[in-house]
Design a protein around this ligand. Sequence first.
Ligand code: FNR
Length: 342
Amino acid sequence: MSRSRRKLEHIRHAITRDEMAVNSFDEVELIHQSLSDIHWDEVSLRTNLGELELSSPLFVNAMTGGGGEKTASINRELAKAAKETGIAMAVGSQMSALKDPRERMSYEVVRQENPDGVVFANIGTEATPDQAKDAVDMLEANALQIHLNVLQELIMPEGDRDFTNRLRNIEEIVKQSEVPVLIKEVGFGISMESARQLKNIGISYIDVGGKGGTNFSKVENKRRKQPFESYNNWGIPTAISIKEVKNVFPESHLMASGGMRNGLDGVKAMVLGARAFGMAGHLLRILMKDSLDEVVEEIQHIHDEVKVAMTVLGAKEPYMLEGKPHIFTGRSKEWLEQRSTS
Ligand code: FNR
């Protein structure tokens, strides 16, 4: 199967809404407070994530590129939405464009559309430091995402099978990179153990990319003759993954993604310790079913939803949300008790 066909299949399967998906943010309750002492107009969405200055904690997470005109047009539209709303945006994996220059155009459009915006490049753990630099240069990117996706590769019929030396490889990239390197999962979450390994090689930016939204077990299983259905529920839910990483790596610059549906999910992530939150599937679904205008409206609406909680909870800036009173219920509570992360 050609790589570009695979990318289009991913999009088609990923936007099929998974009504059965359990979202861990439904098991995080923020405790209402009745005596806010701030003015709506004082609430600022600006947030700092290590060296990155973001005008909003929301960002468009990595999705596509490299599949011809179709993926170029998706990236172009997402970049226009990001520009109009001032949010950061990641592109999908650039590995194909690093091997085939004809594919570069579908990524480069993101920088062309949004010359002054914050843009994240994206590569796999197999990339060399030179390829990492090339991916960043292709977009004049402000940061570089490296995705961890072992389970996806294993379920993907044509996926990688050799995962040796990947941590060492990431370490080399980090040493040589001139921009911040963000490590992300793709919907299976990052555990305490993995976070510790990342910390030990000098990573400081982590996007937990947890379970609860786009499910790459299901997406890849739809592309298999004999699906590995027993893996459809594998992964660390996003809210829990934030706690896992925070527990062993409290000083990390933490982002949350995986199943973000609205501004309140984002607020919950920030209460748990994330400084930014990414959306992929939700925004893609709106773009594919409606249009660019609806994506822009949705982003503006999410900003307002975040500001509502910030005003109620008395947080003038996103970082002030961290640690606001909350409880965990249900399976998430059980998980945290057994993993001693609460
Ligand atoms: C993705 N995702 C992704 N991530 C990555 O690092 N590189 C990639 O190339 C892709 N490709 C991709 C394609 C499509 C169609 C989707 C929907 C997603 C994963 C994405 O960035 C994110 O981690 C997960 O989708 C979980 O977030 P959501 O979708 O639940 O908000």
